[in-house]
Design a protein around this ligand. Structure first.
Ligand code: PRX
Length: 629
């Protein structure tokens, strides 16, 4: 995979120039590093106004042949996955490429034997064990479209995602270990499936061994595997066939099923993985994300495996059994590239540095950050205590929708700048726009937008192409609009300033406020609610909910607890507001629109900075909110 990587600043500049002048030959050269059954007829067809994007048209491939089969010739005994269990006393598992290939093929046959075929949607609701990666790859092997739902989501959220894509099969587990907790995944799945008529089979992987209820559609994973062989030819896919759906929050109620396609996604995840992390053969790379999120899809599974890397999968949490677990695992597996989220760094930073220092981190070469802006304090702590001032930090900006990293330094090749994601990758044409959609030049602050497609841009929202158009291509016609603001310094480095819509990033998780408000409004004593983010020193942002009750509240604590539970049940525990404030009204414009800008200031305690509130319909509620908070 050497041809994918720019390991010197000169080669980086050359690539950047070529990509700008001639994007299509640039991407074609990169795509030649992969195994295609039939090469593409045309590199790119796109129209951001339609919107429509197609890459490597007419190309035929299977991504699993690129992630598995081709490495069998060159490095069958290389470790593909190192599995580090939640409990440190349980042995780690080292899975070679040869073994992973065999296990994926067997699982693929298990899916086929139970009726799955190309184009079917298969929902995966599983813990972070190798079987989750195997499930994903098994779907890709047979051309089924996987839809992984993070195993922290509730039954209601799981059911909504299964139904949106009309999935025909669910892959789950009896339970999952996360730190000291066991989550009863099967019981949650059972509850979800009472509302999911399209599911024909539910295959259950045994992880915790806990008691589970058994229904007529249930099958044990280990029993089904025994019935099939480990030889499974890969389904030949068109470059533009969907590979997977992954749901992300939006500013309106319903989650958006982002659809990624086979060819472009493969090319871009491998390209960006190789360049950002400067992975070298034999290195051990660890991304601490969950495969339930895009980071896990692109940079635990597909990107690393496509280049033949050794990727660590961690089942646990950074705080268990103590706050030194990340560093213990880095030392144990001699991790070379370590990729985590600022929220984890901020949480760990609060604990004695002896928890870091007692572990030998000398194997580390590269550090990465993802999911939200990394504040200066966290950046410097990471650099000093983990990197020992000796590891470049790649602050990687991207999204579920972009499929791969778009703005980042290339570790050790391009300059880093604390709190800046720095420069767009070669092939990415980022711009800043003013509110009217004019491009800003030089040093500036504005709306971040991308001018030209890249291979792993999501192609649509499952079942709702109009929404795709509206959310990403309508506000600034001719550009892809990610929903983030940014500033740019004189050297062209970008610093992401945060969302410009009603999505709040809490502990690196992208949460739409609308679905949380919908959940709160389900309560019999809530008439209306508004949820906003406020700065939080560990989570980055936390949620503040303002709720209007329909009758007087005698026991505010009881109501608050009920509302938190309701949000956990409807969406998942990650969406529970930190603060719930009962109010008699919400600040509104004369046309009845909630003034979220004012609520954000109130939640942040910025009372002196509220701006002119005299034009509000009900300025008195602002005073009341201040008094009660
Ligand atoms: O606001 C940006 C923030 O996370 C959003 C995307 O969230 P999601 O689709 O869940 O994907 C997260 C993992 C890629 C972005 O719109 N974000 C992501 N990375 C960064 C970031 N904000 C600042 N700096 C980053 N490095």
């Amino acid at each position: 995979m050497k041809d994918l990587a720019y390991s010197t600043i000169d080669s980086y500049h050359q690539a950047k120039q070529l990509a700008r002048k001639n994007p299509e030959p640039f991407w074609a050269e990169i795509a030649k590093n992969f195994q295609w059954h039939k090469p593409w007829d045309k590199v790119l067809e796109y129209d951001f106004h339609a919107p429509e994007v197609k890459w490597f048209l007419g190309g035929k491939l299977n991504i699993t042949e690129n992630c598995l089969d081709r490495h069998l010739k060159t490095q069958p005994d290389q470790t593909a996955i190192i599995f580090e269990p939640n409990d440190p006393s349980e042995a780690a598992e080292h899975i070679t490429y040869k073994e992973l290939h065999s296990r994926v093929c067997r699982a693929a046959n298990m899916l086929k034997a139970n009726g799955a075929k190309k184009g079917d949607r298969i929902c995966i609701y599983m813990p972070m064990t190798p079987e989750l990666a195997i499930a994903v790859l098994a779907c890709a092997r047979i051309g089924a479209i996987h839809s992984v739902v993070f195993a922290g989501f509730s039954a209601t959220a799981l059911a909504a995602r299964i139904n949106d894509a009309a999935c025909t099969m669910l892959l789950t587990a009896d339970g999952s270990y996360r730190g000291p907790k066991i989550t009863p995944l099967k019981a949650i799945a059972d509850e979800a499936l009472t509302q999911c008529p399209t599911i024909k089979n539910c295959i259950v992987f045994k992880r915790t061994g806990q008691e589970v209820e058994w229904n007529s559609i249930d099958l044990w994973w280990h029993e089904e595997l025994e019935k099939v062989s480990d030889s499974c030819p890969a389904e030949i896919m068109d470059s533009e066939d969907p590979l997977f759906i992954l749901y992300t929050s939006g500013s309106t109620g319903k989650p958006k099923g982002m659809v990624h396609s086979c060819g472009g996604y493969m090319v871009y995840t491998a390209y960006s993985f190789q360049n950002v992390f400067q992975y070298q053969k034999g290195d051990v790379y660890w991304c601490t994300a969950d495969i339930g999120w895009i980071t896990g899809h692109s940079y635990i599974v597909y990107g690393p495996l496509a280049v033949g890397a050794t990727t660590v999968m961690f089942e646990g949490v950074p705080s268990y059994p103590d706050y030194g677990r990340f560093w213990e695992v880095c030392a144990k597996h001699k991790v070379n590239q370590f990729y985590t989220a600022p929220t984890a760094i901020r949480a760990l930073e609060k604990h004695p540095t002896s928890l870091v220092e007692k572990h030998d981190l000398s194997s580390l070469k590269v550090l990465g950050s993802v999911g939200e802006p990394i504040n200066a304090e966290a950046w410097h702590w990471y650099d000093k205590h983990v990197g020992k001032h000796n590891c470049p930090i790649a602050d990687t900006w991207w999204q579920t929708e972009t499929g791969g990293i778009l703005i980042s330094s290339l570790a050790g090749v391009t300059p880093q700048k604390p709190t800046y994601a720095t420069l767009p990758m070669p092939g990415i044409q980022a711009v800043l726009l003013d509110n009217d959609g004019n491009e800003l030049e030089g040093e500036a602050e504005g709306i971040l937008a991308i001018k030209h497609p890249w291979p792993s841009i999501a192609r649509t929202i499952w079942g709702d192409h109009e929404r795709y158009k509206k959310v990403y291509f309508s506000a600034y016609p001719g550009y892809y609009f990610p929903g983030d603001g940014a500033l740019r310094d004189a050297d062209g480095n970008y610093r992401i300033t945060g969302r410009v819509d009603d999505v709040v990033i809490v502990s690196g998780h992208n949460l739409g406020t609308a679905p949380i408000e919908n959940a709160l409004n389900e309560h019999t004593n809530v008439v209306e609610s508004a949820v906003v983010g406020f700065p939080h020193d560990i989570k980055g942002n936390a949620l503040h909910a303002f709720v209007i009750p329909n009758k007087s509240v005698d026991d505010a604590e009881k109501l608050t607890n009920e509302l938190r539970d309701l949000v956990a049940k409807t969406i998942g525990p990650i969406a529970k507001p930190d603060r719930i404030q009962v109010v008699s009204g919400l600040p509104k414009t004369r046309s009845g629109k909630i003034m979220r800008r004012i609520l954000r200031k109130l939640a942040a305690g910025e009372y002196d900075n509220l701006g002119d509130i005299s034009t509000l319909l009900n300025p008195e509620v602002v005073e009341e909110i201040k008094q009660n908070s």
